[in-house]
Ligand binder design. Structure first.
Ligand SMILES: *Cc1c(COP(=O)(O)O)cnc(C)c1O
Length: 419
């Protein structure tokens, strides 16, 4: 993985060139499109700071990135080909540099978020099994752990597919393999023939990473018909940078698609989920009826702002791969430091050593302390079993220190013998 760091001036030049390559609503004869620039009363385009602000300039020029641009050569007719080429470069960087894909081997697009990217994957594999294996919806199930994001049951509901939810061990958050085999066999007896398997490159609540080797090994050795999607919405922009041994990449022949979220670890604006998939699969969700979209539509969302792709691309370019790696390593070090303090206090927690989520057993955390520091619990309906801390870029060492001090005071109070 390597890409160069770029100066703000370089980036500005590239983005403004791309905007110039787009047809402008101002200076081109655009009569047929149902789109235009942002409202000029509110977002006037002669604000002097815009000359220095490539993202905001893209936002108000308002290019539409509808469709999937890695699929089709950008031709001269494309009204927004300049910024769409930036999106193509962004997908290439994510798929090839971060996730080890072969050159030109993947398609992808910037989705509204991880939810959409996950549902896009489920939709593609459902149609793939129906078309290629003659399956009906009743023959297909989605397999995921109980710690998976709720976009999985949401997608199962939308697509009319059954869910096979695997339980995890309480303290290690590991998928129970004996139960996996039992549940798959039971599903087969009920007529399920094809499995859409979703594994987490970090769950949202625990930062746990599913054991990809043993789970794919199971599906392969049982000769089951399956497709594997990786939900790296949380971990995708940190784990590959903190773990040099990362096995979640396109060099693994079983991994067919990956979701990553720019708007979590990468600090891009909301609306920057990223969907990556091997070439040859986007076609299963082509909407032929989308006749007015040049190149047709292969995405769940339809119209979407080109500024989102530009934002993610700019962040990756400003830092370069080495800069981003350092930034993620520093966050991870901060998580490590908190963990050694928790160890010293004998507080039980779960953490994957390459991730910045620390889930603490709720019995160690007084409710008032959890409230004061806005810790997130595993459930708002039941009594919480865990509270998590996520070491995001805004989390200050001083705040962590105060939290630990208060926790220590509480623990001392509890363990002091009554006199
Ligand atoms: C946040 C998250 C999602 C959903 O992402 P949105 O961007 O909120 O739609 C999916 N999976 C995981 C693991 C997540 O952390």
């Amino acid at each position: 993985m390597y890409w160069k760091r770029h100066s703000h001036d370089d980036i500005k030049r590239i983005v403004f060139n791309a905007l110039n390559e787009n047809s402008s609503y101002d200076s081109t004869n655009i009569l047929g499109l149902p789109g235009t620039y942002l409202d000029r009363e509110t977002f006037y385009d002669d604000a002097p700071f815009l000359d220095d602000a490539p993202f905001l300039s893209t936002l108000i020029a308002n290019p539409n990135h509808i469709g999937c641009h890695t699929l089709t050569e950008q031709d001269h007719e494309d009204v927004f080909k300049g910024t769409q080429n930036i999106e193509i470069d962004l997908i290439r960087m994510c798929a090839e540099e971060i996730f080890g894909g072969n050159s030109q081997g993947q398609d992808g697009y910037v989705a509204s978020g991880g939810t959409e990217a996950n549902i896009q994957a489920l939709w593609i594999y459902r149609n793939y099994f129906m078309k290629e294996k003659n399956a009906s919806v009743d023959d297909i199930a989605i397999v995921y752990s109980e710690d998976s994001h709720y976009s999985m049951p949401k997608g199962a509901n939308l697509l009319n597919l059954a869910s096979i939810v695997l339980s995890v061990e309480e303290n290690t958050r590991k998928i129970k393999l004996d139960e996996l085999s039992r549940k798959i066999k039971a599903a087969q007896i009920n007529g399920i023939k094809h499995f859409i398997v979703v594994l987490n490159l970090s769950t949202t609540m625990f930062g746990s990473v599913d054991d990809i080797s043993s789970i794919t090994e199971y599906f392969v050795s049982e000769e089951l018909s399956f497709k594997l999607h990786i939900d790296a919405a949380f971990g995708g922009f940190i784990y590959p940078f903190t773990n040099p041994e990362n096995k979640f990449n396109f060099q693994n022949p079983h991994i067919n698609s990956i979701t990553i979220d720019g708007h979590k670890m990468l600090q891009s604006p909301y609306g920057t989920g990223i969907f990556l998939i091997r070439k040859g699969y986007m076609e299963y969700v082509c909407t032929n009826e989308a006749q007015y979209v040049p190149g047709k539509d292969y995405t769940l969302c339809g119209s979407r702002s080109g500024a989102n792709a530009v934002a993610v691309w700019m962040i990756l370019q400003i830092h370069g791969s080495e800069g981003w790696k350092l930034k993620m390593q520093l966050l991870n070090d901060k998580a490590e430091r908190l963990c050694s303090k928790l160890d010293a206090l004998n507080v039980f927690y779960f953490r994957n050593q390459h991730l910045n989520i620390i889930a603490i057993k709720s019995s160690f955390i007084p409710d008032a302390l959890a409230k004061k520091y806005h810790l997130v619990s595993d459930s708002y309906e039941h009594t919480p079993k865990w509270y998590k801390i996520v070491i995001m870029p805004h989390v200050k060492q001083g705040t962590l220190d105060s939290f630990i001090n208060e926790l220590q005071t509480e623990i001392n109070l509890k363990t002091q013998p009554c006199t």
